[in-house]
Design a protein around this ligand. Structure first.
Ligand SMILES: Cc1cc2nc3c(=O)[nH]c(=O)nc-3n(C[C@H](O)[C@H](O)[C@H](O)COP(=O)(O)OP(=O)(O)OC[C@H]3O[C@@H](n4cnc5c(N)ncnc54)[C@H](O)[C@@H]3O)c2cc1C
Length: 401
């Protein structure tokens, strides 16, 4: 077992941490209080700086302008960038584009790669992933109502989606729609690239989530596809293979998310400890002298460290045996790290008292936005059921002494 981080990665992580501290964290107060559009020029400047430093698109293929880091290397990057909500976007490795880049790279045709993948990696355009539906359970994605019917050389798409994150301002959506209704459930749906200027692509609204509808990259849209017609050449991969492709998207994506959450834990842990040693709660006594606060700090430290090691181990498993064979590890970290993050953010907020509820620190933003971690990419319960089934299967017919 080797926990050593390579010299190359030490340098990269050092540069990223410095950039996050000096360039991005100082922008957070504006990010929390001003419309996102008003910050767009400043964000673009930061993105240019990242490109000049040759740290752009760390996890994306070199051939399209990324750094080509492997999964474990990018996990460490994701942890460093997760300390601020602006991190992944400014470095060109944000979801949902990151997942779309992966599947376009794996399954896209030459034309699709030139038209969509290249400008996406370069950060010239954005995209969204449009699978979840208003009236159908996202936890059981084979129950899709959206259809893509063949008509001449085209697909005609009809359906209602929501939570298509970052659709506002995106150039295209990758839409999951039923193309083969008679096939077995997991072979019924396909992924189709739909440019957002296609007639029939109707962005109904940015959904208000935890009191804020957001805009641009930081938003979640409801989309009505009404006789939305695209050429059949916009099919991604094979027809009926939407779920096969979706599986590819989720493995590495969960590592990125989980390490981003560890980054959030690290940030709020720092804030919690620094507040505890400063805040006098009685004459000459700070919060840090109280055992209950010490207990939260010790528990948080242990939970963050163990969650971090679990994620790095899952990333190592994916690299060694592939995402499919590492399904148990991937499910374990998904609910485990989301839960740890929620607890640590909550404790940090509590230690800050009334200040924790304000937007004068980043903690309340994380508290609101990261609650969703226990729902997207598979709700906690779905992952727990999946892990328990796998474990219990190992006991069937096995004698335990
Ligand atoms: C912030 C955010 C961003 C998102 N981004 C995207 C995106 O970009 N693209 C996209 O397509 N979708 C996106 N989603 C949607 C997300 O994938 C779904 O919300 C998720 O899959 C759950 O589906 P659902 O909301 O329909 O809940 P349901 O499937 O209705 O489930 C509701 C609850 O039921 C429980 N549950 C479900 N199944 C079981 C079970 N078998 N046993 C016991 N309990 C169960 C869970 O607690 C679950 O939370 C996003 C969601 C959020 C919150």
């Amino acid at each position: 077992m080797d926990f050593e981080i390579s010299d190359k990665m030490k340098i990269i992580i050092g540069m990223i941490n410095e950039f996050v501290d000096n360039e991005l964290i100082p922008m957070e107060q504006d990010f929390l209080s001003k419309p996102l559009n008003s910050l767009a020029p400043e964000i673009e400047k930061k993105r240019s700086l990242v490109k000049q430093m040759e740290l752009w698109a760390p996890n994306h293929p070199k051939q399209y302008g990324g750094m080509g880091l492997d999964l474990i290397e990018h996990a460490l990057v994701s942890e460093a960038l997760g300390r601020t909500p602006l991190g992944h976007f400014v470095f060109g490795c944000q979801a949902p584009d990151a997942g779309n880049i992966e599947i376009l790279n794996m399954f896209g045709t030459k034309e699709q790669k030139e038209k969509y993948l290249r400008p996406l990696v370069e950060g010239k355009i954005r995209s969204c992933f449009s699978m979840t539906e208003v009236d159908m359970p996202g936890s059981n994605p084979v129950m899709l109502e959206t259809t893509a019917a063949k008509d001449g050389n085209d697909y005609v798409i009809n359906g209602q989606k929501w939570y298509s994150s970052s659709a506002d301002g995106s150039e295209f959506a990758i839409v999951m729609a039923v193309t083969n209704p008679e096939a077995p459930p997991y072979l019924r749906a396909s992924m189709i690239i739909v440019p957002t200027n296609t007639p029939g692509f109707n962005l109904v609204r940015n959904i208000s989530v935890m009191g804020h509808a957001g805009e641009g990259y930081f938003s979640h849209a409801e989309i009505l596809y009404q006789s939305c017609r695209v050429p059949q050449t916009n099919l991604l991969g094979q027809e009926g293979h939407g779920f096969v492709i979706a599986q590819e998207r989720l493995g590495p994506g969960r590592i990125h998310h989980c390490m981003r959450w560890i980054g959030i834990c690290n940030r709020v842990f720092d804030l919690m400890c620094s507040r505890a040693v400063k805040r006098e709660i009685s004459a000459g006594k700070t919060l840090a002298t109280k055992q209950i606060i010490q207990s939260w700090i010790a528990e948080s430290a242990a939970e963050i460290e163990s969650a971090r090691l679990m994620v790095l181990h899952a990333a190592w498993m994916i690299e060694k045996v592939g995402a499919s064979a590492a399904r148990k590890e991937i499910s374990l970290i998904k609910f485990m790290v989301a839960g740890v993050m929620q607890k640590v953010i909550d404790r940090a907020l509590q230690v800050h008292g009334g200040l924790g509820m304000t937007d004068d620190t980043i903690i309340s933003f994380f508290y609101r936005h990261e609650r969703a971690a226990r729902i997207y990419d598979g709700a906690d319960e779905v992952h727990k059921i999946s892990v328990a089934r796998r474990i219990l299967k190992e006991y069937e017919g096995r004698k335990v002494k």
